[in-house]
Design a binder for this molecule. Structure first.
Ligand code: NDP
Ligand code: 8X3
Length: 248
């Protein structure tokens, strides 16, 4: 039986790289996101690696859409909770509540909606499973201008630890990957499409790439049944924390 792996937010960056890294003849990769054209193109790439591929085009902020798309799947062996964003970078007194809603609704509530459906199916099936949440160094290091993004990733960190305990007796592994700077569309999204400002984030540094995070996820999934990686923090060599980046 093929291993069924669902990756949220597979249209770009870390999610896209992960879907491709995990694609193999013994897997079925379920790719999700809002941009249907990107999903269609990725499906062809995943299938070229010998995997089966199913596309689910929905918005994780809608619990109804999550239920309609995910519940009919039945068994899923691996869930990569990756869909997420930062929106805006300003002091709390100047923050935009639409940005706050987008981050909380996606990074926290969307992750919860997807996780509830899949973990419930895993518990009922009684065959274990593996869930990996993409957190961030922002999940333990709150930084200036990032109150709500950091709060959302603190929530992911707390949820990851609590759900590991909740799902322990069902033999479901729960891990978290907490990256530092990864060069994806993340900054372009954060700055509402301002490509030049986004490029500035990665100027003078060799940031991580989505493929680097995918490699860590592949390793976590490859370990024997009795081994679980709870938490992994990955940064580029030029970064030592949210406040410490060496630029050339
Ligand atoms: P990208 O912007 O490149 O990718 C984000 C992905 O999330 C896209 O596929 C996007 O798909 C999806 N997504 C966003 N909102 C929704 C939504 N409402 N419903 C469904 N899918 C959604 O960024 P990254 O790859 O960098 O980000 C992936 C994860 O990694 C995020 O959780 C982010 O917080 C985290 N992270 C990123 C870091 C970085 O430096 N880049 C560092 C630490 C953590 P679509 O728009 O098509 O719906
Ligand atoms: C993304 C990395 O440093 O912008 O989670 O919080 S950072």
């Amino acid at each position: 039986m093929k291993k069924r792996i669902l990756v949220t937010g597979a249209t770009s960056g870390i999610g896209r790289a992960t879907a491709l890294r995990l694609a193999a003849p013994d897997t079925e990769i379920i790719i999700t996101g809002r941009r249907a054209d990107r999903l269609a193109a990725l499906k062809a790439e995943v299938e070229a690696r010998g995997a089966e591929c199913l596309v689910l085009n929905f918005d994780v902020r809608s619990e109804r859409e999550c239920i309609e798309n995910i519940e009919p799947l039945g068994r899923v062996d691996v869930l990569i909770n990756n869909a997420g964003l930062a929106a805006g970078l300003e002091h709390i007194d100047c923050g935009d509540s639409a940005d706050w809603d987008a981050m909380i609704d996606t990074n926290v509530k969307g992750l919860l909606y997807v996780t509830k459906i899949i973990s419930h199916a895993m518990v009922v099936a009684g065959k274990g499973g593996h869930i990996i949440n993409i957190g961030s160094i922002a999940g333990t290091e709150p930084y200036e201008n990032g109150a709500v993004y950091c709060a959302s990733k603190h929530a992911v960190h707390a949820i990851s630890q609590a759900m590991r305990a909740d799902l322990l007796s069902a033999g479901i592994k729960v891990g978290e990957v907490r990256p530092g700077m990864v060069e994806t569309e993340f900054s372009e999204v954060r700055f509402h499409g301002d490509k030049e400002r986004a490029a500035g984030v990665y100027r003078g540094v060799e940031a991580l790439q989505g493929e680097d995070i995918a490699e860590a996820i592949h390793w976590m999934l490859s370990l024997p049944a009795h081994m679980n990686v709870n938490d992994i923090v990955l940064m580029p060599t030029c970064q030592a924390g949210a406040y410490y980046t060496y630029r050339k």
